[in-house]
Design a protein around this ligand. Structure first.
Ligand SMILES: [Zn+2]
Length: 215
């Protein structure tokens, strides 16, 4: 039998289990991974950003699995993102800023409407137009639901973003990486994931603590 207590994926719960999460003693926090379908060099798949964002969310939810106060669940990812203007490179599947904004607003509004307003957008796609659409989505959600939409953007080090992302990918899905084409390491990636998970768990805890202590 499926235990709703240890599950980390929102969409794998049944409707009554979602209700139980909402009404439980642990504050529910929903994690929304946001990525993009775009080229990541000749060595990595075009869904790299989604894999990294989802990997962070899964690790954070798993780390909080036994937590007394917080219940973190991973929402189905938004796999598509907004691309920079110009010709669409081979393998890229961009969506418009309006579409991304609408998706985020609709998902968050639907959840807030059923008593699940604590949502963290975990984004690993860095494109100005994409980030701007996420900003606007947060404004609309705030106006409509009165809830601040928290966002975590995966910070990549200046200069070596490719190696950074590839290391994370090697820790997650090594079979998708052509390691002959880039120098990166899964061990390094696993350590990076640990750091990112700690950061995300921190954000999740602050979100629930802020409510418990309105001062
Ligand atoms: Zn990327």
């Amino acid at each position: 039998m499926l235990s709703s207590l240890s599950a980390v994926y929102f969409a794998e719960l049944s409707s009554p289990q979602v209700k139980a999460v909402r009404d439980g003693t642990r504050s529910p926090v929903l994690l929304l991974p946001v990525g993009a379908v775009e080229p990541h060099g000749s060595h990595s798949p075009v869904c790299t950003d989604r894999l990294i964002a989802t990997g962070m969310c899964e690790r954070a939810a798993a780390r909080l699995a036994g937590d007394e106060h917080v219940r973190a669940l991973v929402l189905p990812a938004l796999s598509y993102g907004v691309a920079r203007p110009g010709p669409v490179p081979s393998g890229a599947v961009p969506i418009s800023p309006e579409t991304l904004q609408g998706l985020v607003v609709d998902v968050c509004t639907a959840l807030a409407g059923q008593g699940l307003p604590r949502i963290v957008v975990v984004n690993s796609h860095h494109e100005q137009a994409h980030l701007a659409a996420l900003d606007r989505a947060a404004d609309v959600v705030q106006r409509r639901c009165g809830q601040r939409l928290v966002r975590v953007d995966l910070d990549r080090p200046e200069g070596d973003a490719r190696r950074y992302e590839t290391s994370l990918l090697l820790a997650e899905r090594p079979e998708l990486v052509d390691t002959e084409r880039i120098e990166a390491s899964g061990t390094e990636g696993a350590a990076l994931f640990e750091e990112l998970t700690t950061m995300l768990v921190d954000v999740i805890r602050k979100l629930t603590c802020a409510e418990e202590d309105p001062a």
